[in-house]
Design a binder for this molecule. Sequence first.
Ligand code: ASP
Length: 334
Amino acid sequence: MNRRKFIKDASLAGIAVTSTVTVAACASESEKKPEIAATVNVDPVRPLVIATWDVKKSTAKAWEVLYQGGSSLDAVEQGVMVEEADPNSMSVGKGGLPDRDGNVTLDACIMDKHGNCGAVVYLKNVTHAISVARKVMEDTPHVMLAGDGAEMFAYKKGFQKENLLTEKSKKAWEEWKVESKYKPIINIENHDTIGMLAIDKNGDLAGACTTSGLAYKMAGRVGDSPIIGSGLFVDNEIGAAVATGLGEEVVKTVGSFLVVELMRQGKSPQEACEEAIKRIVNKPNSNYKDFQVGYIALNKNGETGAYSIHEHFSVTKHQANSNENIKSSFFNKG
Ligand code: ASP
């Protein structure tokens, strides 16, 4: 076996780079038993989870699943569910900002290590769009369900009907209606899709993406987030990518698939995210100064990348015992 192959195999098997770190168990000081507080070996590379924006509670939840030996698929689902359930998070799930008619409509998709995927679009009255997307993947012969069909399917699967329009979102919508001007605002609540990518202890990848879409969108509008290849793509041989920002621009360049394909050609996750952003901004007549797009990516070796058009995009990364929000580098330096 040559050295290059050995390093690759060893790193994929997680055996070459194991270091010793102290794991802060969830128990309080007084509850800690010696065996719980023990210093254990944690691979500094994996498991690993990254997500768009500052969502440390979500990445902590996902990492808990991974640390306990759970799959990357369970981790990303349970991770993004934290944001979906938070009524104060105005860009996903309950409390998401509505369309211009006052309806909160959710888009989500999920993809596993086998290349299976499921998605829901224009889903109303159900908080956990990501879990409905997973049921589409696992319990139907289809990839995507939309609107009433998705909602009826969710109820059949035991999801509860809920009012997703919180007082806070309703108030924001009523204030918006006074002028009814539709212009996406860079990095403000309407660009906060939660995309999450994880690699588990077996080295398997999965990803999830969930959003209420652009605030005050036209009724029926669907963006990139539930579209496999645009909002999210996972190839367990290579890596995974997920997008946030103005969905129309991501769809036009099939952004997440592009990032994964660039990694397949040998680019690092960082280089791949940068190249995919350049595809958007370098288009003739691109009006990129008016909108934001951001990508994050993870490859099979646990390397990560993030890049956006404008400043203030960020990625949250949970690896070993660090859960950190990191500023993304960006294209438009003004
Ligand atoms: N990508 C989402 C969409 O276009 C919105 C966002 O990320 O803010 O629906």
